[in-house]
Every structure is written in C-alpha cells, then in structure tokens.
Design a protein around this ligand. Structure first.
Ligand code: ADP
Ligand code: MG
Length: 331
C-alpha cells in the first residue's frame, strides 16, 4: 500500500476552496470574519480510538461522527455552523482509510454548510480533534444558566440507543438483529440537532446537548441555573427508539435487556447527542412549532422546580431520588 506525504495528504483530502471564510486551508492561519452583530460560538471535541470509538468502525461513519459531536455543541447554543478545523493524528497515511474518512466528514460538513478551513496533521495513535465555529446574534446564545422554576423540560429525538449498541458490542446483552442495526446507527451516526437549536432561539430558556447521559447533563443546567427538577421516567424511557421498535411488535421478546436497563440507558446511557432544553409553559405552542419547523421530535419529560436537586417521578406518581451517575472519563 502506497502511503502519502503530509502535504500531499492535506492537498488531496482536506484542501477545498474557501467559501464563507476569507481564507481557508493553505496558509499559516485561516481568516474568518463574523457578520456584523454576530458572536462567534466556538467548541472543540476530541475522539480517541479505544476511548470514543472502536478500531473496527467504518471510517465513513467516524468522519461523520467526529463532526456531528462538535455540531451538537453549536446546536445546544443555538448557533449556526460556519467553519471547522481538523487536527488529526494518524498511525499511517493510507488512502483506503483517508478517502472514506474525508468523505463521511465532508458530506456532513456540506450538508450543514460548515467549511473545513484548516487543521494539523501528524503521525501518532488515531486521534481526531475538531474545533467548530458558529455564529449567533449577540446575546441570543442558548446557555445552561437560564432555566427558571416552573419551566418545562424537553428532550429532542431519542436516548439510550447508542448505549444499547455499545452493550451489544460488549456482549453483555443481546437483541434481534434489526433492533441492533437501529441502535448501532444511533451510536455511529448521530444526528446533530442544529435546525432545532436555531429554531429554539428566543424560545428556550436554557439548553445543553446530551453526551454523557440525560440526567448527568441535566445536572449541569440545574447547577448553572441554581434550580432543581423533576423528571418523568416513563416519558424518558419511551424515547428509547430500539425499545419502542420491538415493544410494538412483540412486547420486549427476543432480548435479554431488563426494564431496569432500558431505564438506566435512557437516563444515563451517554453518546446520545440530543438536546435537553427548558422553556416557560407560555412557550408550549412555540416549542411545538420549532419541533415541526426543524422536523425533530420533542418530548416534554419534566419540570424545573425551585427546590434544588433532581427527583424522578414514574407513571404512578411515585417519586424517588436520582441514583444514576453520568459518564466521567476520570471516575
Ligand atoms: P503550519 O506548520 O504552519 O502549522 P501545516 O504545514 O501544519 O502548517 O499545515 C499547512 C496548511 O494545511 C495549514 O493551512 C493548515 O491549516 C492545513 N492543514 C493541516 N492539516 C490539516 C487537516 N487535517 N485538515 C485541514 N487542513 C489542514
Ligand atoms: Mg502544523
């Protein structure tokens, strides 16, 4: 297999004509001007082999996911994607990996109008670090700190499915193949909720994207907003797509997953890349309109309360404390 030089590699796979940026790949810096009245929203996320993905993952999907998890942060702030940089450590410069990786990455970039404007390339254990730049009208970014007692708590899309796929890969549970495929797609190809984030500007009082588990990430909103919440656990578990998929066919047959596991994965599964946000009850019609405009399902899963702490409430109205922990790289 022929390997490529560093500059040949950049030229072939990552150099593209600048569009929105004043200057893209090829000089010492890229140049990017925010439009008048806009603030730049900036976020970085790193994906490390063995930590965030398995060595066997399809490079097309890895390229997609590396950018998707970064776009998810822009979505959570209500920012419109503009551009990104790519810092890449690669064990080998091989076309058979680079070509599909670049394809997955740039297909999502093009779909979201987010251009690759620079980066760095080095040899080393596979490590992908992306920094995204977005724009949001000054003062309108959705923050973790804006939740108020009495606000509704909402969740976009589905949760828990990525964790199901991970557990199947680990061999701790088994599910029918069609259910696994659905869950695996959620793990390997998350959909960043950019359109919903944009539609929620001026409507949501706070927002965060869920990467480390629903309750753990909710904890960040509660802390930074100095409030508490109650979460409807039945509403949350109803948003595990894989569970719903075959519960509708033959109630939970053909799986070794227990009800407690479905619940745990919905509440603390991780790798979901959905939005969790709050809005005043007076905004219910506006939230519904934002959901429809962005073609993204939104479910009301709880309420923000003045009393600090997190309370779990089930369908029978039974309240219990939160005993789930969120993912922590150093715990
Ligand atoms: P320098 O040594 O001045 O930092 P490099 O030689 O590392 O510059 O990079 C040359 C150009 O290629 C720069 O514009 C840089 O942003 C770009 N670049 C390097 N690696 C990547 C990459 N993986 N993706 C996109 N652009 C890259
Ligand atoms: Mg360099």
């Amino acid at each position: 297999m022929k390997t490529l030089g560093e500059f040949e590699l950049i030229e072939r796979y990552f150099k593209r004509p600048a569009r929105r940026a004043a200057l893209g790949v090829g000089d010492d810096c890229a140049l990017l001007a925010p439009a008048p009245g806009m603030q730049l929203a900036i976020s970085s996320d790193m994906l490390v082999e063995g930590r965030h993905f398995l060595a066997t993952v399809d490079p097309v999907l890895l390229g997609h996911k590396a950018l998707a998890v970064n776009l998810s942060d822009l979505a959570a702030c209500g920012a419109k994607p503009l551009a990104f940089t790519l810092a890449l450590a690669l064990p080998r410069a091989e076309a058979k990996w680079l070509e599909p990786f670049a394809h997955g990455l740039l297909a999502l970039a093009d779909a979201q109008g987010c251009e690759l404007i620079g980066g760095d390339t080095t040899q080393g254990p596979l490590n992908i670090c992306i920094t995204v730049f977005g724009e949001v009208p000054a003062g309108q970014a959705l923050l973790r700190s804006g939740a108020k007692a009495g606000d509704d708590l909402y969740l976009s899309g589905n949760v828990g499915d990525a964790r199901l796929a991970l557990e199947v890969f680990r061999g701790t549970v088994s599910v029918p193949s069609a259910v696994f495929q659905l869950a695996r797609a959620r793990m390997e190809q998350p959909t960043p909720r950019v359109a919903l984030g944009l539609a929620l500007r001026g409507i949501a009082s706070s927002a965060i994207d869920i990467s480390d588990g629903l309750l753990g990430d909710l904890g960040h909103i509660l802390k930074q907003s100095a409030v508490g919440a109650s979460v409807d656990t039945d509403a949350a578990v109803s948003r595990v797509a894989a569970r719903a998929a075959y519960a509708s066919v033959e109630p939970l047959a053909g799986t070794t997953v227990t009800p407690a596991q479905w619940l745990e994965w919905a509440l603390a599964g991780g790798d979901d890349y959905e939005l969790l946000f709050t809005a005043a009850p007076s905004q219910r019609a506006a939230v519904l309109a934002a959901s429809e405009a962005s073609q993204t399902a939104v479910t009301r899963i709880g309420r923000i309360e003045a009393e600090r702490g997190l309370r779990l409430v089930d369908g029978q109205g039974q309240t219990g404390p939160n005993s789930y922990t969120s993912f922590d790289h150093f715990a």
